[in-house]
Design a protein. Structure first.
Length: 98
């Protein structure tokens, strides 16, 4: 008996958007940091959640993209000789900053 069969993709990477995760509400008995009003704290929490969700979406978009090591291995010539060890980058793939 598989308890996750109705939710087969529940734990796949990027499924947070499909789950019912929401930010709790601030009530009169909730903790509010000194120097902030209840509304200011709620706005701050909303902004932090939006930032967190945006970062998660950015990471999900990058997920699953890999470099094929075999192509990299052949491209640098490791399969034939060891000239790559004397290169400036020593076989590292350099990233462009601009």
């Amino acid at each position: 008996m598989d308890l996750f069969s109705p939710y087969a993709a529940r734990n796949d990477y990027g499924q947070r958007k499909n789950k019912n995760i929401k930010l709790g509400t601030i009530t009169k008995n909730s903790y509010v940091p000194a120097g902030l009003t209840q509304q200011q704290y709620a706005d701050l929490r909303k902004a932090e959640k939006a930032k967190k969700d945006q970062n998660y979406a950015r990471n999900v978009a990058k997920g699953g993209k890999f470099q094929d090591y075999t192509d990299f291995y052949i491209k640098r010539g490791t399969d034939k000789n060891d000239d790559w060890m004397n290169s400036v980058t020593n076989s590292h793939t350099m990233a462009k900053t601009k």
